[in-house]
Write a protein that binds this ligand. Structure first.
Ligand SMILES: [Zn+2]
Length: 190
């Protein structure tokens, strides 16, 4: 059935009525914006994705169209600590509900757990997929452990705890008591 559906010009109503999943594999190179974020994408890097839509009773006289999108890929990004390439897994797993207008989407967005999309006659599923993958990119791509030891500045870094991707300190059992550290510093400076 999927030969009747083109993922960049999808008739969402027909797709939802059928309720059959679209399961595809595409080269990541085809996603220009994502390719710009990555270190030269190897031609064989593939993205697996799966989409399924269904009709559900809505608030209006017509049924709502819901879409479920799942995708996973590993994208080579530049590690911000050692500047090497770090294979970064990206995953998308999201429900969407289509609404008639942008105004409705704005009005209902806050109270909806699902993401709202404005209905289009030919919906570009691949553009949505690329948007989601771009949003899934880490702010600061980094190796868990860099293959080459990074050059650390002694001082601030030695005092700071380990930080995770969003800059929060990771609690550590071995973290020294800050007052003990201060005492050490005082000793050194004397
Ligand atoms: Zn690194």
């Amino acid at each position: 059935m999927s030969k009747f559906h083109h993922a960049t010009r999808l008739n969402m109503h027909a797709f939802a009525q059928e309720g059959v999943a679209l399961i595809e594999t595409i080269p990541l190179q085809n996603m220009e914006r994502l390719a710009q974020e990555a270190n030269a994408l190897a031609p064989d890097l593939m993205l697996n994705w799966e989409a399924r839509a269904e009709l559900r009773p809505g608030s209006g006289p017509e049924e709502d169209i819901w879409l479920h999108l799942v995708a996973s890929a590993s994208v080579p990004l530049t590690c911000q600590r050692c500047m090497g390439t770090v294979a970064t897994p990206l995953a998308v797993n999201q429900w969407y509900r289509f609404v008639a207008t942008e105004a409705i989407a704005m009005a209902e967005d806050d109270e909806s757990e699902e993401d709202l999309l404005v209905m289009e006659p030919h919906f570009d599923l691949l553009a949505l997929l690329e948007d989601e993958l771009l949003m899934a990119l880490p702010l600061v791509p980094m190796h868990g452990e860099c293959p080459v030891a990074p050059v650390m500045q002694v001082g601030e870094d030695a005092l700071a705890g380990e930080k995770n991707e969003i800059g929060e300190e990771i609690p550590s059992g071995e973290k020294p008591n800050p007052f003990a550290v201060l005492a050490q510093l005082k000793k050194k400076s004397q």
